[in-house]
Unconditional design. Structure first.
Length: 176
């Protein structure tokens, strides 16, 4: 596969959403996402304790990732969540997906809309064929969401965390 030199951050749009690069002005929303105990209940990460922590996270992402999007509403550009592709392997044509949404925007189809756009982008633009998603065995809303996107539960167990379930989407045969 040819080497892709992506200098510009890819801005993606859907009917209701704009997926864009994180901005420093999103610090309050990123703080809420990364400090809310319900959102972080099943995530193995250090929660943000201060706005400075959240800003540091934003700066790190801006400097190091072209596949970590802020999910914003078109009408007001307010950040409502994030979605990312990570552990991207051009050789194996696969990656992992991660996502989070502020509580007041959950259950409105926003993440489904964003994820479908990212899945299409990962296949059509990045040439990826497989997307993995790990979710905690007790996180029913995430399991239901990932199944809705047609990810299939795999039998393999995460050796570092036995509470995680692997779901996989093979997009090589899909016309997305």
């Amino acid at each position: 596969m040819e080497h892709r030199n992506l200098k510009m951050f890819p801005i993606l749009t859907t009917e209701r959403l704009t997926l864009r690069q994180l901005l420093d002005s999103y610090v309050q929303e990123i703080f809420l996402l990364r400090s809310n105990t319900l959102i972080n209940k099943y995530l193995d990460r250090q929660p943000s304790k201060t706005l400075k922590d959240a800003l540091g996270f934003i700066e790190n992402i801006k400097n190091n990732s072209l596949t970590y999007w802020a999910i914003t509403r078109k009408e007001n550009e307010k950040l409502v969540g994030t979605i990312c592709l990570f552990d991207v392997s051009e050789e194996q044509k696969k990656c992992e997906i991660g996502y989070e949404l502020l509580r007041e925007y959950q259950g409105k189809g926003i993440m489904t809309e964003a994820a479908n756009k990212i899945i299409k982008y990962s296949n059509q633009t990045l040439g990826l064929k497989t997307i993995d998603a790990y979710t905690h065995k007790d996180n029913e809303s995430s399991i239901n969401f990932i199944k809705k996107l047609k990810f299939k539960r795999m039998d393999s167990v995460d050796e570092t965390n036995s509470k995680l379930i692997l779901f996989r989407l093979n997009i090589s045969n899909k016309n997305k």
